[in-house]
Design a binder for this molecule. Structure first.
Ligand code: KG4
Ligand code: ZN
Length: 363
């Protein structure tokens, strides 16, 4: 913009809006090198209504997000029609992302929206809103696969070459995939039942951590991590699932039932009703978190060894990307660091705000 300032005084300290309007006013044909293509990304697959405007160099020009976590914490889980209603009430936040970026819909190059996987009722709100915009402003529509967006997010913050391994762990996702290109994925493993965040949420609910003064506003997984720091994991011996399974799949519901039974037994021993917080809650949280971390680390280790053995990943400069809400758990990250240092890999995690659902990864 220095040149613009020198040659055209009117552009002294120009706003982003003016820069893009100025660039857009020229009929250059510079191909892909011209950095003013702008994409609006819209995400409503689960319980976050999110939008962002990103340019083709990966600069985030504006963003908006509304999280439904508080409501779902009170109802003890996501009720799809409730999530749908909250998305409907908040979908106008897309306008906030556009205003923050100082970009008008007519200046967009395309509109990208999550179309799968997710809750059908939630996806529908983002999709119909997007299609209205597409129709009104005659813009190209880019359908986005939510998991692929998660897997590629790291490329916004780090220079990562293909191929790399990605581990997605959240309330709704649990998968290990080899990322060979922007739309070239090889699924290596997935959860056969529930995702780790869902399991930690269920354990936290069963432990009534919402009544614990330090945890009442935290998501289940965060509450477990917080309480685990005060507990002794060795007081309970939960076994990691699928120890003999020769694949990279995961399972969490069996472990959740074992923990449930233990909580019931402890309630009897302590003579308390379900709904009150056990004196051993911190020890149970520590043991549950440790077992989940071991399971995730062991399956990831198998996937890394498999990929290296088959030549799917480079022998050096191998990268493991970990993302999703559960990736913010520092105990689980530590377990994964042990695996990556034993296999000469680099562990990369997007910053927390890009680990969870957001509009930037869609754009
Ligand atoms: O990625 P996310 O925001 O939403 C989806 O599930 O797509 O992840 C939310 C999940 C919840 O299950 C929550 O309990 C879990 O991530 N979570 C954590 C932590 N923070 C959030 N799990 C373990 N440790 C944490 N610190
Ligand atoms: Zn997600």
């Amino acid at each position: 913009m220095l040149i613009l300032n020198k040659t055209a005084g009117v552009f002294f300290k120009p706003s982003r809006r003016k820069i893009y309007a100025f660039l857009g006013s020229f009929h250059f044909h510079p191909g892909k090198l011209f950095l003013h293509k702008l994409v609006l990304g819209i995400e409503t697959s689960c319980d976050d209504t999110a939008a962002a405007v990103v340019d083709e160099a990966g600069n985030v020009l504006g963003e908006a997000i509304h999280s439904q976590t508080e409501v779902h914490l009170k109802t003890g889980g996501i009720i799809p029609p409730v999530a749908q209603q909250l998305h409907r009430e908040n979908i106008q936040r897309v306008q906030e992302a556009l205003s923050a970026s100082e970009v008008s819909p007519s200046e967009l190059s395309a509109i990208a929206t999550t179309i799968k996987p997710g809750l059908a009722l939630s996806l529908g709100v983002g999709l119909s809103f997007s299609l209205q915009l597409v129709d009104q402003f005659k813009k190209p529509f880019i359908p986005i696969h939510h998991m692929e967006a998660h897997a590629l997010t790291i490329r916004l913050t780090n220079k990562v070459e293909f191929p790399f391994l990605v581990l997605l762990i959240s309330g709704g996702h649990c998968l290990l995939a080899l990322v060979r290109g922007v739309s070239d994925f090889l699924l290596l493993g997935k959860s056969l039942d529930i995702a780790p965040g869902d399991m930690l949420d269920k354990v936290a609910r069963r432990l009534s951590l919402i009544k614990h003064p330090e945890c009442s506003t935290m998501s289940g997984g965060k509450a477990i991590e917080h309480l685990a720091k005060q507990g002794n994991r060795l007081h309970f011996d939960f076994q990691p699932p699928m120890q003999r399974a020769k694949n990279c799949d995961f399972s969490f519901s069996g472990l959740q039932h074992v923990i449930d039974k233990m909580i019931m037994q402890k309630e009897k021993e302590e003579g308390i009703e379900q709904g009150q917080v056990l004196s051993s809650a911190a020890d149970i949280a520590a043991a549950a978190q440790h077992t989940v971390a071991c399971h995730i680390a062991k399956r990831t280790h198998r996937a890394l060894l498999f990929c290296k053995q088959r030549g799917f990943l480079r022998q050096s400069n191998t990268v493991l990307v970990v993302s999703g809400g559960v990736a913010s758990n520092l105990y689980i990250r530590k377990a994964l660091e042990i695996v990556t240092s034993a296999t000469q890999c680099t562990l990369l995690c997007p910053p927390p705000r890009l680990c969870t659902d957001n509009g930037v990864m869609i754009a």
